[in-house]
Design a protein around this ligand. Structure first.
Ligand SMILES: C=C(O[C@@H]1C=C(C(=O)O)C=C[C@H]1O)C(=O)O
Length: 412
């Protein structure tokens, strides 16, 4: 699963050793297989939309331009939005440093941050989120919809900017096995996160996808924590939710692959705050010229972040969610000229701006979901970023009179 990439670039000694050189406009991406620090931007493109053809054309044009201008080993890094109609940001760093996976078992030390918040505003309000889940539940009876992922966010007005470097170090120390990233999004803003989910890794002909879906928050008491993991493993609702995602990814990958290994059932994996059902799919590409970006674009967005069927879910998100996701639930990653690369799902992340940060989380709604359950799940998912920033905030325990949470379905 964590097969390292063949090294074409200078290797630093430890993955997090690269972090010390991080500057405001640099791009950082680390996975269990590689760590990249892109310094400066030699070439960048803000695409008109994020359709597969647009991404492919832009990548080709970027590589051509970089080569023509004498770049010795161009690698694209970038951010792809959730919505195909929105703009992606692809760039080739002037200089790229790469570190091999850490084999020492050591963790980087990341001191706790003490972010000071002037205000924390949920967008949408928790009770509106619960109403949206209620309304999604009614759509299962009246439309073709089988699953929809509904998200919410917290807008935190901060006293001064959050230090992206300190935050990344903290995330790496909490989440050394995940996909940690900090990528500039323009206007002195960045997207920083610690995603547990790999959409696709391509190394030569081999591709690996690791969808997650079906989740439960972890618990401070070890016995209860284990009971939750054991419950998730056999939860009919979560297994159905997971199967929908695996089936969609298999359907999209099969035509692209010569072989595809599909495990019989999911495993349970842990992050700092969540248990997730997880499946690792491994295949061999039929067409070796298909790049990691091309495969990612063919799969995105999966029902892990959108729903099923795709069109009904997309429409439900647009009408129920009430905010623009931007890069949240999009993709972050990289692709080199040989087509190798990795694209992780942009979740467990925050937008960092000079005076505010915005934290996001979503949860899959399927028949059998409850508004309160999804509210708690999204609150627990947001804790990864809130904890890392040192922000104390809970909004998952609403007084019953203030919310639709805990109530049965209302009409749409
Ligand atoms: C949308 C998020 O997570 C996604 C939804 C999951 C679920 O509903 O079980 C699990 C992992 C992710 O695919 C998020 O973390 O914000």
């Amino acid at each position: 699963m964590n097969q390292p990439f063949p090294s074409r670039l200078p290797l630093a000694q430890a993955p997090w050793g690269l972090l010390d050189g991080l500057k405001p406009n640099d791009a950082f991406f680390s996975s269990p297989a590689t760590t990249l620090l892109g310094r400066g931007m030699a070439h960048q493109r803000q695409t008109p939309d994020a359709r597969p053809q647009t991404l492919d054309d832009t990548a080709r044009e970027l590589f051509d331009t970089a080569r023509r201008q004498g770049h010795p080993d161009p690698v694209i890094m970038g951010l792809i939005p959730f919505d195909h109609a929105d703009s992606a940001r692809l760039f080739i760093p002037s200089e790229l440093l790469r570190a091999a996976p850490d084999t020492s078992g050591q963790r980087p030390t990341g001191a706790p941050l003490e972010t000071r918040a002037r205000s924390i505003t949920p967008e949408p309000a928790p009770e509106h989120y619960c109403h949206a889940v209620d309304r999604a539940l009614t759509l299962f009876d009246t439309t073709a919809l089988n699953k929809v992922v509904l998200a919410r966010s917290l807008r935190v007005q901060t006293q001064g900017p959050v230090d992206a470097l300190a935050l990344l170090k903290r995330l790496l120390s909490i989440n050394p096995q995940g996909y940690n990233f900090a990528l500039p999004t323009g206007n002195s803003e960045s997207l920083v996160g610690a995603s547990p989910e790999l959409l696709i890794r391509r190394v030569g002909n081999s591709v690996i996808a690791n969808p997650l879906a079906g989740s439960i928050p972890r618990h401070g008491d070890a016995g209860e924590d284990q009971r939750r993991a054991d419950g998730l493993r056999v939860s009919d609702k979560d297994l159905r939710e997971h199967a929908l995602v695996v089936d969609a990814i298999v359907a999209a990958l099969r035509p692209l692959c010569r072989t595809l290994d599909i495990p019989e059932g999911p495993e349970v994996i842990a992050t700092d705050r969540m248990w997730h059902l997880s499946t690792t799919l491994e295949g061999e590409l039929a067409d070796p010229s298909l790049t990691s970006l091309g495969v990612a674009a063919a799969l995105h967005p999966t029902p892990a972040v959108c729903g099923a069927p795709w069109q009904d879910a997309h429409q439900a998100i647009k009408s129920l969610e009430g905010f623009e996701r931007g890069y949240f639930t999009g993709l972050v990653g990289w692709c080199d000229e040989a087509g190798d690369g990795e694209w992780a799902i942009a979740i467990r992340c925050a937008e960092l701006a000079p005076e505010h940060v915005r934290v996001f989380a979503g949860a899959g709604v399927v028949p059998g979901s409850s508004p309160q359950g999804e509210l708690e799940e999204t609150a627990a998912k947001m804790r990864t970023m809130l904890d890392a920033m040192g922000l104390d905030y809970e909004d998952d325990a609403l007084p019953v009179s203030d919310s639709s949470c805990g109530s049965t379905n209302t009409t749409a």
